[in-house]
Design a protein around this ligand. Structure first.
Ligand code: GAP
Length: 511
């Protein structure tokens, strides 16, 4: 996928009611977006697929919906007040601001891509006889580049661990990493920047308390651990899931809905016995990748990426990365958070947060394995992979091959003409099908144009009502991806559509 492809996806998303820039009539607001009539349907369907996979398919996982505003001490306890920082650096010539860690990571990825190209070339040359492991161990170019990566990584991780901003700058300067806009390495110092938004709670400013907009939904789960465990009589291991808004004052937010200042997370905290966390970490890594792959966006588009530097709360962490139009980037994080959060809340609140394990006959603070996926990033993964420009015999078409179960509209009902009783029959079909599916009725323009409009929003089926319908109650059913048309009886429509769009089929593939 290319930059050009990405631009087209963004333009398409706006033109067809998926995503609009926020406050557009006031020239927009940086890195904030609104979801339109098609976008909000797709988003709701993604949420439903995630929620059902978590809460419905796992008898030991329940869901909650906690408030965005929380007691300010929560963010002190969680470490966000002191440590939720990004290192930022400015280029003095372009006046553009960057995350220092991202500049270094992108530089490292470029070296990695050089290795990839070398391997690809050799694989073509040697065919079946090619042994990648041996090639990696012996090819001088690969070895030299791998050594560069290893050295860079060791230095980078150390700098992050020590919060050594001067060293981060040295790495950038010494490796001649330049600003992509100005092409120069005229950099400022690196500074730490806290990402939380602060606001006031209360009406009179002197009395008002400073609070934060939550930068993750997870803390709403931790502070409700006791409530849910007791009222739900939950036994360890068990999980609490939540979908909700999170807010981060991102320094660099230039990739459409990939990095927003207001976004949605779908998080699940799984509470386990201390010592069993690595087993559960491996379990959830596998489970989550299976969930992603069930969407059918292409298995080659996913990969794991183990963290070089662990967050202050974690003893293991992996990202599931997706091949976005701008390369492989984080889509979901899976973290083993130890007992850090619950212990911190225990200390800061003075309330005992423990679990009595009847099998072990002892009390402990549970360990936590977290799965945390960005809803907007999942949306972008689906949209950018589904967008296709197809060359037909005498025409071209733009089609969104969205997984049918997630498509905003499942079927469009189209009377061939606006007369002869065809609209009345079409409206009746619409009424019946709308009970089970999100449908759209359209009678304007030629049938060809109407098909194109439905292709462009990813509608899996178009149903055309014509004069033959009056005679034998059959309609033309057109399928989005193959464009195949078949004549079927009105009474069969429901089951044929259901067979393709029912989300339960996706869910069944997960068990
Ligand atoms: N509770 C753990 C946590 O918040 P994270 O890796 O910072 O971990 C989890 O965030 C997921 O949230 C990411 O994998 C990403 O999909 C999404 N996310 C994070 N920041 C985002 C942003 N600024 N815009 C859109 N999605 C974001």
């Amino acid at each position: 996928m290319s930059e050009d492809h990405f631009k087209k996806v963004i333009a398409h998303a706006k033109e067809y009611g998926f995503i609009f820039p926020s406050s557009e009539i006031y020239d927009g607001l940086g890195a904030v977006y609104d979801y339109g009539q098609c976008g909000s349907e797709l988003k709701n369907n993604i949420k439903q697929f995630w929620w059902s996979a978590m809460v419905r398919l796992n008898e030991n996982i329940v869901g909650i919906d906690s408030a965005i505003f929380m007691h300010p001490t929560i963010w002190k306890a969680s470490g966000h007040v002191d440590a939720f920082n990004d290192p930022l650096i400015d280029n003095k010539d372009s006046k553009k601001r960057y995350r220092a860690d991202v500049l270094i990571e992108e530089f490292r990825e470029k070296i990695n891509q050089k290795i990839g190209k070398e391997i690809e070339k050799a694989a073509k040359k040697f065919g079946d006889a090619f042994d990648e492991t041996q090639f990696r161990q012996t090819n001088p170019n690969v070895l030299r580049n791998q050594e560069k990566i290893d050295e860079l990584t060791a230095r980078f991780v150390k700098a992050l661990e020590n919060s050594d901003m001067a060293e981060l700058r040295n790495i950038i300067v010494e490796n001649e990493i330049v600003c992509p806009i100005s092409g120069t390495s005229n950099w400022t110092d690196v500074r730490q920047f806290n990402l939380m938004f602060e606001t006031k709670l209360g009406s009179v400013s002197e009395d008002a308390a400073s609070i934060f907009l939550r930068p993750e939904t997870a803390q709403g789960i931790f502070v409700n651990y006791l409530n849910v465990q007791k009222t739900g009589r939950m036994k360890i291991p068990f999980g609490i899931a939540q979908i909700g808004k999170a807010f981060r004052n991102e320094i660099v937010a230039r990739q459409f809905i990939f990095r927003m200042r207001e976004f949605e997370q779908m998080e699940m905290q799984f509470f386990v016995r201390p010592g069993s966390e690595m087993e559960w970490f491996a379990y959830w890594k596998d489970k989550r990748l299976t969930w992603h792959k069930a969407l059918g966006l292409g298995e080659q588009n996913y990969r794991y990426h183990d963290h070089d530097k662990l967050a202050h709360y974690a003893n293991a962490a992996t990202d599931i990365e997706f091949n976005f139009p701008f390369g492989f980037k984080e889509l979901e994080g899976i973290h083993s958070r130890t007992d850090f959060d619950l212990s911190q809340h225990q200390n800061f609140s003075g309330k005992k947060i423990q679990y009595f394990d009847p099998e072990m006959n002892e009390s402990y603070v549970p360990y936590v394995v977290e799965t945390s996926i960005g809803l907007d990033r999942t949306f972008l993964a689906i949209l950018s992979t589904s967008y296709k420009e197809e060359q037909l015999e005498n025409d071209t078409r733009i089609v969104l091959s969205i997984p049918p179960a997630l498509a905003p509209i499942k079927a469009a009902i189209l009377p061939l003409l606006k007369k002869d009783g065809l609209p009345e029959i079409a409206r009746q079909i619409m009424k019946t099908l709308s009970v089970d599916f999100n449908c759209q009725y359209e009678e304007k323009d030629t049938i060809g144009k109407r098909y194109r409009r439905q292709d462009a929003i990813g509608t899996p089926f178009c149903i055309t009502v014509d004069h033959q319908t009056i005679e034998d109650q059959t309609v033309t059913l057109r399928e989005r991806d193959s464009m195949k048309q078949e004549r079927i009886h009105i009474e069969k429509l429901g089951s044929v559509i259901d067979n393709k769009v029912n989300m339960n089929k996706l869910l069944a593939s997960l068990i």
